[in-house]
Design a protein around this ligand. Structure first.
Ligand code: ADP
Length: 226
């Protein structure tokens, strides 16, 4: 039986007011089960990033309910939500906050330490994950010493290392060449199919779309096809 990890219903998001009002998302339902690799595609401005921000709790909906791992996000205190996010969410965004002073190994291991792993265990797991994404020889390099593709792999390793239940990705391959793009896609797909995470990925990259287990098409702030 499938297990529902994200269950959003009646989601709307309005930015601005009056003449500036933008209805970025209109009463949208969206569910994701464990093991799914869901691609959200659609033209620029169709509401993809807004949907992702709402279901990952980065933004609050104007209307509607977001249940994640069985819990209504709105009912959680700030601390409880931060804890949920630290424990169970992985984020893969374009150039997502790599810290300039830290090596690849440290970028990944500090997250694990924050989760409560002891230093040595965190470093062991970080090393294993970075090796899995092809960066075994780059552990001690800082972001300024890594290529764009390598940096994006560090971001992916940081998300995967905590073995999250849900991975949110926004255009994870848009700045990458086809070899790196395919590799990132393979890693995200494996997280869903082999490790049972739910992966929700916003993209317009056709190379990604063909690897999805499900494709959601958006237009004008609504889901057009699923
Ligand atoms: P997509 O990810 O599909 O490109 P977005 O979710 O980013 O779409 O945007 C949906 C609509 O909401 C667009 O019309 C966009 O201009 C608008 N929008 C997004 N963020 C904001 C914001 N912070 N303030 C005002 N309008 C916004």
């Amino acid at each position: 039986m499938s297990e529902r990890l994200i269950d959003a219903s009646g989601l709307s998001k309005v930015y601005g007011a009056g003449a500036q009002r933008v209805d970025a998302l209109r009463s949208t339902d969206f569910q994701v089960d464990r093991g799914e690799f869901v691609m959200v595609a659609g033209p620029s401005g169709s509401g993809k990033s807004t949907l992702l921000a709402l279901i990952s709790g980065l933004l609050t909906p104007s209307e509607g309910v977001v249940r994640v791992l069985g819990r209504d996000i709105k009912s959680l205190s700030r601390d409880a939500f931060d804890r949920l996010r630290l424990e169970h969410f992985g984020f893969v965004f374009q150039g997502f906050h790599l810290l300039p002073a830290l090596s690849a190994l440290e970028q990944v291991s500090i997250v694990l330490e924050r989760q409560g792993l002891r230093r040595e265990a965190a470093r062991r797991r970080a090393t294993a994950t970075l090796t899995r994404v092809g960066l075994a020889s780059r552990l001690d390099n800082r972001p300024s010493e890594l290529s764009g593709g390598e940096k994006q792999r560090v971001v992916v390793a940081r998300a995967l290392a905590k073995q999250p239940q849900i991975i949110f990705a926004d255009e994870p391959t848009s700045a990458l060449d086809s070899v790196n793009g395919r590799e990132i896609t393979r890693l995200l797909r494996a997280a869903a199919l082999e490790e049972g995470a739910a992966v929700v990925c916003v993209t317009h990259d056709p190379r990604l779309i063909e690897h999805a287990t499900r494709l959601v098409r958006m237009e004008d702030g609504a889901v057009l096809a699923d």
